[in-house]
Ligand binder design. Sequence first.
Ligand code: ATP
Ligand code: MG
Length: 251
Amino acid sequence: MTRQFGPDVRALDDVSCTVGAGEVVVLLGLSGSGKSTLLRHVDGLVTPSTGTVTTLGIDVGAASARELRALRKQVGFVFQQFHLVGSMTLLENVCTGALALLRGPRFGLITYPKSIRLRALENLDRVGLADQAFQRADTLSGGQQQRGAVARALMQQPRILLADEPVASLDPESADQVMRLIARISAEDNLTVVCSLHQVELALTWGNRVIGLRSGRVVLDTPTSGLARGEAMSVYAKVAAPAVPLLAKTG
Ligand SMILES: Nc1ncnc2c1ncn2[C@@H]1O[C@H](COP(=O)(O)OP(=O)(O)OP(=O)(O)O)[C@@H](O)[C@H]1O
Ligand SMILES: [Mg+2]
């Protein structure tokens, strides 16, 4: 598939890939290489200019609004900026992850069905934050907030988790924790994960497979097992050569 923005920007150029259930696929590539655009195709936030994107059997370019809503219930999204509501408790933030499954708005924790509140607590426990359930979200560390955002995404019981630079705002230790968590949940739930990262080390440690993008083209698509760091770094090289790149600091 190809995605053009206006006459000049070809954000994705003849991209073809298939992600299997339960895989953890990491997208690597320089800023502007098309990672976010590719992620946004998966749940139809963006649709291809030519070619097709099929997610869970749905052709997102041809899907009706209703089909897309149904699809998006099965696709969780985690962002670089965690997007928790700071004034709410962590638990209530996690409960909001179930809103798509409920009817009508909710005002306050107590207005959620007990089953949802219990499931939110279970998900907080899974991400190691049961003790912080009643803490205001804006008093949590960045790593805790992102783990909370993962718990919130899990409320949808998604089949696919998309993560756009989920650890870009975190210190290395918290970043590793969040990626470890995402990989663990993928393995436990057979959850398919597509995640963009700027850290090659994290990609190699926690991903099953790396897709490298350069100017919208796939320049690398390979399992991480046996993949050398230098080879992964070549995604960032201006010319395809064994890279000892200036960008090593991002690793
Ligand atoms: N809605 C849009 N309208 C116009 N151009 C867009 C739009 N979305 C993305 N682009 C362009 O498509 C290209 C790919 O952008 P994209 O955001 O996918 O890159 P990225 O790999 O996620 O970069 P970063 O690492 O900075 O997040 C860029 O040239 C960008 O300017
Ligand atoms: Mg991006």
